[in-house]
Design a protein around this ligand. Sequence first.
Ligand code: SME
Length: 150
Amino acid sequence: MTEKEQKYALVAKQAAALIDINAGDIANYANICALLHGEFGFWWTGVYLVKGDYLELGPFQGPVACTRIPFGKGVCGTAWKENRSVVVPDVDEFPGHIACSSESRSEIVVPLRKGGIITGVLDIDSKNYAAFDEIDAAWLERICGLFDRD
Ligand code: SME
């Protein structure tokens, strides 16, 4: 296992222990965002939640962000529409990328699901190019999968 994988293995364990099944999703999303943001030092870590035809900003850590993202738009809307994780090594190369922060260089978006249906996305931004790869996607999918219940 690489150093990054070891870190994710530990963080995934912490995430599982942190989720309070008696609390609502917003409370749990908030803590998971804080955990990931603090452990990995990302630039922005947050969730967007499905509200009709839009994604609406949920709990996050980092600078202020756009509040609504239409279906199929930006990296988040694309992940929602295509029902898959999206890894973007250079945000300037992604057609339709929504720049909430001009300092963001790369991004990863991972679906959050309930009973297999997308209910939101986890969005993480980095100030570095190519900060995310398939290892991040696999582990973040595992962490997001902790919410696929009820
Ligand atoms: N860049 C995202 C928008 C959300 S911010 O990064 C926090 C996108 O293109 O969907």
